[in-house]
Design a protein around this ligand. Structure first.
Ligand SMILES: NC(=O)c1ccc[n+]([C@@H]2O[C@H](COP(=O)([O-])OP(=O)(O)OC[C@H]3O[C@@H](n4cnc5c(N)ncnc54)[C@H](O)[C@@H]3O)[C@@H](O)[C@H]2O)c1
Ligand SMILES: N[C@@H](CCC=O)C(=O)O
Length: 543
């Protein structure tokens, strides 16, 4: 029961801590890293609030130090997917009936726990488990996840306020119901914040959720689950399971109560999910919501008027932060012939100054890529470029997996505007450069628009306003997040709602009101105060 309209104003973004030398936060984070390194965690699944251990233990190693074991997670099987769905459906009625303010406060409390008590432990888990440096972990597993929780509470409050008008003698209202059934959240390795946001955004709306993270993100996912429990999330509202993708899909996508999937990951996996769901439509109680944010082949195009240092920085940070493993990472650059040589020279120098190694040494800008499969895939693109006459390696190109999955930040230059590494998502520290005739800017924009099937992020760097306008118009559908004089990464919740279209997903803009609508199913209720008591129209009283 709610006895008032309670207010959840727009929050401010969580401040990003600097981890400067000698700072309290740096000391606290170093301690959290050391503490985690001293123990091996035994990580259960969480089904109906219970910790489930199957005994099938899978080891977790830091990608940058594969000889070290951080702990083990307990692998589940088909019966655990069924148990998770049953636990979710059992929790559904009470959760959906809970007043909004009580639901909201669980997520606001989780945000506060994350911002204070668990901040360093969470960042340390992300650093060790996903090989993210301190700054990248801070903007992901602390700030972005805290922002997702706080801003979504505000956005949902604004949605609940949206109501229709009422004519005389009646009242109309919209009830923002949760979906009928359970929501499946399937999350990627690269952002702890995305892992936390996909299940909680749906749950906040009154839904119950089965959450399956990538195996390579379980080390940080488990701590978020423990935070939610400590914040008071009732048992069964979010059920965290570790199973392989096909097993998950087999059970969830053939279940009558499957109400929607909240996915972030590769385009291929999303396409296969969509196909299976389509084939199973007659089995479901209701049409499921299918929300997926998928791959990218994100561009930077510089105009001949661009500031050289701004282009170099946009590329160095945009392409290589977190080893290029952001769906938003710059992976193709189009340089005008008048400044191309200057940009390349400065970019090579910047990259040569980047240190690579363990996350425990805070001076390392580059750490390891996530696992051996990713390492081998990225190395294949580099090897092909080494062999190919149409390409050459400008800088980097070496890789080594003896101690960890290390790949040097690499720039490929090609003379072929349709070269494979300009078209395909690599998801690693590889940037491909193509130089265009500085006087053919409009043709270069057409090339950017037509080279890859993706449309996630992109940047234009220019000091010429007409060129900015032309690029903004011609590239309207080439990116869901378009940046002017900036790198194409680093969207902030509440500031740059995030997502792309074409092969990059359904563009439901994580961290915005648009996303939350997908987890709600409105019911319109009209109440008439003085109902008519005869069926005739006034004109029928005379012939
Ligand atoms: N657009 C965005 O907002 C965004 C954000 C982050 C990552 N990404 C994309 O994610 C990808 C990298 O992440 P990843 O390597 O974890 O992606 P992935 O597609 O390999 O895995 C994503 C999730 O899907 C699961 N999965 C894999 N196969 C499955 C199957 N057959 N059925 C059901 N689930 C299955 C994985 O276990 C994981 O939990 C890149 O393509 C990147 O561009 C996109
Ligand atoms: N929101 C992040 C990207 C998330 C995808 O991996 C950014 O804007 O860089």
């Amino acid at each position: 029961m709610s006895l008032g309209y309670f207010s959840y104003p727009m929050p401010v973004n969580e401040p990003v801590l600097s981890y400067a030398p000698g700072s309290n936060e740096k000391n606290a984070l170093k301690k959290a890293l050391a503490d985690l390194k001293k123990k091996e965690l035994d990580i259960p699944m969480y089904i109906g609030g219970k910790a489930i251990k199957t005994g099938k233990k899978i080891a977790i190693h830091p990608p940058h130090e594969i000889a070290h074991t951080l702990g083990h997670f307990h692998l589940g099987e088909e019966k655990h997917v069924k148990q998770a769905i049953d636990a979710a459906l059992k929790a559904k009625e009470d959760w959906a009936a809970m007043s909004w303010e009580n639901r909201a406060h669980i997520f606001l409390k989780a945000a506060d726990l994350l911002a204070t008590k668990y901040r360093y432990q969470m960042n340390a888990c992300t650093m060790l488990g996903q090989s993210k440096n301190a700054y990248q972990a801070e903007i992901d597993s602390a700030c972005e996840l805290i922002d997702f929780l706080r801003f979504n509470v505000h956005f949902l409050s604004e949605i609940y306020k949206q109501q229709p008008i009422s004519g005389p003698g009646m009242h109309n209202r919209l009830e923002w119901r949760p979906l009928e059934g359970f929501v499946l959240a399937v999350t990627p390795f690269n952002f702890t914040a995305i892992g936390g946001n996909l299940p909680t955004s749906a749950a906040m709306c009154g839904n119950v959720v089965v959450w399956k993270p990538a195996n390579t993100q379980i080390y940080s996912a488990q701590i978020f689950m423990r935070i939610l429990k400590e914040a008071g999330l009732p048992d069964g509202v979010i059920n965290l399971i570790y199973v392989d993708g096909p097993t998950l899909g087999k059970v969830c996508f053939s279940h009558r109560d499957f109400a929607g999937v909240h996915f972030t990951g590769s385009t291929g996996v999303f396409n296969s999910m969509w196909k299976t769901i389509g084939e199973n439509i007659p089995k479901y109680r209701t049409y499921p919501r299918i929300v997926g944010e998928t791959g990218g082949k994100d561009f930077v195009i510089a105009h001949k008027s661009a500031d050289v240092d701004a282009v170099v920085t946009a590329l160095a940070r945009g392409a290589f932060e977190f080893q290029g493993q952001k769906c938003s990472a710059a992976s193709r650059a189009y340089l005008p012939s008048n400044i191309a040589e200057q940009v390349k020279t400065k970019l090579v120098a910047a990259i040569q100054s980047m240190k690579m190694g363990s996350v425990e040494d805070f001076s390392n800008f580059i750490n390891a890529v996530i696992d051996e499969k990713a390492f081998n895939n990225i190395a294949r693109y580099i090897d092909n470029a080494k062999k190919d006459k149409k390409a050459k390696i400008l800088v980097g190109g070496k890789y080594d997996k003896k101690h960890g999955y290390f790949i040097e930040p690499t720039v490929i230059e090609t003379t072929d505007p349709k070269y494979a590494s300009l078209c395909e998502e690599i998801f690693g520290p590889v940037l491909t450069i193509y130089t265009y005739d500085a006087d053919e800017f409009e043709a270069a924009l057409d090339l950017v628009d037509s080279t890859s099937p993706y449309a996630l992020t992109g940047s234009i760097l220019s000091q010429d306003r007409a060129a900015v306008e032309l690029a903004t118009n011609k590239l309207r559908h080439a990116a869901g997040n378009f940046y002017i004089n900036d790198k194409p990464t680093g969207a902030v919740v509440g500031q740059q709602p995030f997502g792309g279209a074409r092969a990059s997903g359904t563009n439901d803009k994580a961290g915005s009101m648009l996303n939350l609508y997908r987890w709600l199913s409105a019911r319109t209720i009209k109440e008439t105060f003085n109902p008519p008591v005869s069926y005739g129209y006034p004109f029928m009283q005379e012939s």
